[in-house]
Design a protein around this ligand. Structure first.
Ligand SMILES: Nc1ncnc2c1ncn2[C@@H]1O[C@H](COP(=O)(O)OP(=O)(O)O)[C@@H](O)[C@H]1O
Ligand SMILES: [Mg+2]
Length: 275
């Protein structure tokens, strides 16, 4: 059974016109004559099995964010069906939809999105509060803490768990965010330009971490516009004008940690020459 199964996904944005009204207080056009329809996604078929590591590429405006919002259950398609881990999301009510989002998806954003006045450990514990179901009520604070510590260990940050985000490097903050994304044991991790705010060294470290997590069986979907980063994943899908125009397995997959070692060597040589 696929983890993600999208069939005939379309998403249209209707600007002005019949529906009437917009954020700037325009009351619209009852006849719909001035409606402008933006076809952000024009029929996407895509499915992912457990254990895949997929990059989503495509030029600006091609529909990546729209697709990510749908895959992330932040938005519903205008047409088509999306089944996540066997649950049909398009017909689910808003409670179920929110439950699926909290339980089944681990989000990683470009800007980390950590709570500033909250330690690494507490940041990672947070999803365990939100996702409590009746059945989980019995789960006590100790278990939550243990699970959060285990997730921080997985990203190699256990010794920093009592630090606040401001006391951590960008790469370490993103590790905390990845631990937070994993703590619920989601069906997949959805990462939107996860290294967009990081320098080369930290980028390679984070890509190395994703490769290791994927090796352990985690399913990862990552939006990136950088081909060098897509080369660390296993499969690349490319969008153009709201359509999926290519879907390729990566043949000679690079190792981010090998590339990091090479980068460090070159860096040391350059520093040596400068001295
Ligand atoms: N909320 C919105 N309202 C109207 N049009 C939108 C909205 N969001 C995106 N679009 C349009 O949909 C298309 C795809 O956008 P997007 O998914 O953001 O692409 P990408 O992330 O690849 O840059 C673009 O033409 C964009 O202008
Ligand atoms: Mg975008």
């Amino acid at each position: 059974m696929p983890v993600i199964d999208l069939r005939g996904i379309k998403r249209e944005y209707r600007m002005g016109g019949k529906r009437g009204g917009n954020a700037s207080g325009n009351t619209g056009d009852p006849a719909g004559e001035n409606a402008v329809v933006v076809r952000a996604l024009r029929g996407i078929d895509f499915s992912t099995e457990a254990g895949e590591f997929v990059s989503v590429m495509g030029p600006s405006g091609s529909g990546k964010s729209t697709l990510m919002n749908i895959i992330g259950c932040l938005d519903k398609p205008s047409e088509g069906t999306y089944s996540l881990d066997g649950i049909e999301t398009s017909t689910s009510d808003s409670n179920t939809f929110a439950y699926i989002r909290n339980r089944k998806i681990g989000f990683v954003f470009q800007s980390f999105n950590l709570l500033a006045r909250t330690t690494a450990l507490e940041n990672v514990e947070l999803p365990l509060f939100y996702s409590r179901s009746k059945k989980d009520e019995k789960q006590n604070a100790m278990t939550r803490r243990e699970r959060a510590i285990a997730a921080l260990k997985e990203v190699g940050l256990a010794e920093r768990m009592h630090h606040f985000p401001s006391q951590l490097s960008g790469g370490q903050q993103q590790r905390v965010a990845i631990a937070r994304a994993m703590v619920n044991d989601p069906a997949f991790i959805l990462a939107d330009e996860p290294t967009g705010n990081l320098d080369t060294e930290m980028t390679l470290e984070i890509m190395g971490l994703f490769q290791e997590l994927n090796r352990q069986g985690k399913t990862i979907i990552m939006v990136t516009h950088e081909p060098e980063l897509a080369a660390y994943t296993k499969r690349i899908i490319t969008l153009r004008d709201g359509k999926l125009v290519s879907d390729e397995q990566v043949t000679n997959r690079r190792s981010a940690l090998d590339d990091l070692a090479i980068w460090k060597q070159e860096h040391a040589l350059l520093a040596g020459e400068g001295a």
